[in-house]
Design a protein around this ligand. Sequence first.
Ligand SMILES: C[S@@+](CC[C@H](N)C(=O)[O-])C[C@H]1O[C@@H](n2cnc3c(N)ncnc32)[C@H](O)[C@@H]1O
Length: 249
Amino acid sequence: MRREYGAGGECFVPDSDAAAVHRLFSLIARAYDPLNRILSFGLDAGWRRKLAESLHPMPSGEDGRILDIAAGTLGVSMVLAEHFPKHEIAALDFCLPMLRRGKRKASKLRRGKIRLLSGDARALPLRNACADAVTVAFGLRNIRPRERAYAEVLRVLRPGGRFRVLEFAGEEKPVLFGLYNRYLHHILPAAGGLCCGHRAAYRYLADTIRRYPAVEKVDEEMRSAGFAGVRHELLTAGIVGIHCGEKTA
Ligand SMILES: C[S@@+](CC[C@H](N)C(=O)[O-])C[C@H]1O[C@@H](n2cnc3c(N)ncnc32)[C@H](O)[C@@H]1O
C-alpha cells in the first residue's frame, strides 16, 4: 500500500488487490446513484434507513462518532447524519470520485455533519477505540479479505460499540421464483451497459453478489472474527440482510 499527495491533501492509492475494485467504482461513480435507484426500484433508500434505525438507541447517548466504511457517494452517511445529528459521522472510502459525488450531495444536508476520509477499510486511518458504531452498506462483498476489515472494525470500536452490515444476501436462492436471479444476471448488466456504457462493471457487481456467502455464513465469519451478539434480519423477500454485532464491553 502506498500514499500519494495532491492538491486536495493526502489521497489514498490502493494496492494491486484492490486496484480493480477502485478502478471499477471510479468508472461508474457518475452513474452510481441514479442507477442504484432505478435498479433497486427505489428500495435502496428504505434499506439504508433500516440500517440507521438498527443503531438506535446509541450507547454513547447524544454525541460520539459513527464511522461509515466503503461509504461511496454517502448514501448511508447522509441517513446517519439525519438520524444522529449530534454525532460526528466519518465517511471513509478509497475511491475519491465516489466520495466527491457524495460531497456535493452532502452540502444540502439539513441536519448533522459528515467528515470525509480517504482510506482503506483494511487499514483504517483512525486510532483504537474511537468509534461508537461502524456501518458498511453494499461494501463488504468488495473487500478482500473481509477478515482484515473485521479486525480493523474491532480495533476502532469502543467496548460495547456496534457494527452493522447491509449487504445482498448472497448465494443463489430461488427468491421470487428465480426472477431475482435472472434480473441480477441479465437485466442488471444490460441496464448498466445502456445507462453508463459499463456492462462489464455491472456484470462484475452481479457476480460479487452471486459469490458472496449466505447470511448464516457471514454471521459465522463475524463470530469467528470476535464480534458478540451476532444476528441478522432479512429484508425484501431475503434479497438483502442487515447483520448486527457488538464489540464486547
Ligand atoms: C457498492 S459501493 C457502496 C457505497 C455506499 N456504501 C452505498 O451504500 O451506496 C462500494 C464502495 O466500497 C468501496 N470500497 C471497496 N473496497 C474498499 C476498501 N478496501 N476500502 C475502502 N473502500 C472500499 C468502493 O470504492 C465503493 O465506493
